[in-house]
Design a protein around this ligand. Structure first.
Ligand SMILES: [Zn+2]
Ligand SMILES: [Zn+2]
Length: 429
């Protein structure tokens, strides 16, 4: 609707100067901000609309539910869900799909299922939201099942449906099924995009079928993007194929503009293949361009407040207790057999400093906050903007075992539910 911030700014001016605003003008503004990812402004306007007694409609609610999902604001989302129930908007597919992804993004897959089951007539967006939720929560069997149901209900799968199916298969390592959906997609007359290819290559690569993965790339009718090569690089690293990794790294460099996320993968690929000069060149490029890694942040919701942590962060008012909790827990974990794996620390530093650095990764601070703040029966839900590192993944397993708590972490691609020393992803992530 509003492609540029400028247009939205103009619309806002008109909106501000309106002598009388109706629900349509409020909805339009809120939707505009939500579309542009201006989440806070969308929420501010929504709250104002409610205070001013505007009779918000299902369209307004669905915009705000999407915002809550993106910001993982579960409490506010639940309140709006309650409002929708009161106004009977909950049977609308648009509100429903927003609620499904809200609950899923907040780690409550049961809530997503409940909403999904209660919406009588499901549009393709509703099915897609549910399928993606299943993929992210590793409910793979359920995803395959729902796909069948969707077809039986006469709803045609689209571009996004197939992407969700490929994600589901890739997260569970189902090669045959993944290939099946990829072929079915083409049979349905939908051209796969680069994300579909990247997911298929990821699936094949992780399963060790590197030759097949390379063949898929070579036969792509569109130019393979960085994410496609990145998927191959990941497979190569997992299966120790240094030669193919270096080949993939060369192709990425040919593309020109390399994203910061891939640089370490490239350096490591060259270094492992013994091409130290190229590794140094890649590192220098990284330095010259000043490509910075995105700061890792983890956050946890407590009532209507969100507490955010960066690695080694000491700004939180409860900092002292948080660090003390981690110290105590650290000793328990070591007694239970946890050994820190510092190979995940990229910077050059001595072993002790590395151990310290990894011990205070942002998700661990957020979990410690949950441990000291929440009642014991309440699962601890953490959101993280980057992928969990291998050592934190191991550490959180031990944390769940030593404390008897359920810990749910959403990283940038999926959910991990840690319980009694195990993770729902089965270490496949
Ligand atoms: Zn970590
Ligand atoms: Zn996991």
């Amino acid at each position: 609707m509003y492609s540029k911030c400028g247009e939205l700014g103009d619309a806002r001016k008109v909106f501000n100067e309106m002598p009388e605003r109706n629900v349509v003008s409020w909805s339009g503004m809120i939707f505009g901000y939500a579309q542009l990812g201006e989440n806070e402004e969308a929420l501010r306007l929504f709250k104002r609309a409610v205070v001013e007694g505007v009779d918000v409609n299902d369209f307004t609610c669905s915009s705000v539910i999407h915002v809550c999902g993106n910001m993982t604001l579960l409490e506010l989302g639940k309140q709006i869900h309650g409002l929708c129930l009161k106004k009977s908007y909950d049977s609308s597919s648009f509100v429903g799909s927003g609620l499904v992804s809200l609950y899923s993004k907040c780690g409550i897959i049961e809530g997503a299922y409940r909403v999904f089951d209660e919406v009588p007539i499901k549009n393709v967006g509703m099915w897609n939201a549910m399928l993606l939720a299943c993929a992210q929560h590793a409910h793979t069997g359920k995803a395959l099942d729902l796909f069948h149901q969707m077809q039986n209900a006469g709803t045609k799968p689209n571009f996004i449906t197939f992407l969700s199916m490929l994600y589901a298969c890739s997260h569970a390592g189902l090669v045959t099924e993944g290939q099946y959906y990829f072929d079915l997609m083409k049979k349905c007359g939908i051209e796969p995009g680069d994300q579909h290819y990247a997911t298929l290559v990821d699936l094949l690569g992780r399963a060790g079928k590197l030759k097949e993965a390379l063949k898929v790339i070579e036969e792509m009718p569109i130019q393979p993007t960085e994410s496609v090569w990145g998927a191959l690089l990941t497979g190569c690293r997992l299966h120790g194929n240094t030669e193919l990794a270096a080949y993939a790294a060369d192709r990425v460099f040919e593309l020109g503009d390399v994203g910061s996320g891939l640089f370490m993968l490239l350096c490591n690929a060259y270094a492992a293949a013994g091409r130290l000069e190229d590794a140094a060149k890649a590192r220098k490029m990284l330095r010259d361009r000043g490509v910075k890694k995105e700061t890792g942040l983890s956050w946890v919701e407590e009532g209507n407040r969100v507490h955010t942590f960066a690695a080694g962060d000491r700004r939180h008012p409860k900092s002292e207790e948080i660090y003390q909790k981690l110290e105590e827990l650290g000793s328990d974990m070591e007694r239970a057999g946890y050994v820190a794996d510092t190979s995940y620390v990229l910077q050059q530093m001595d072993d002790d400093t590395k151990k310290q650095a990894i011990r205070y990764h942002s998700e661990r601070l957020a979990i410690a906050f949950g441990l000291i703040s929440f009642p014991p029966e309440r699962p601890i839900r953490i959101m993280k903007n980057l992928r969990i590192c291998g050592d934190c993944h191991t550490a959180i397993k031990f944390m769940s075992k030593c404390t008897g708590r359920a810990i749910i972490v959403r990283d940038n691609s999926r959910f991990h539910r840690f319980e009694n020393g195990k993770c729902s992803c089965g270490d496949y992530w």
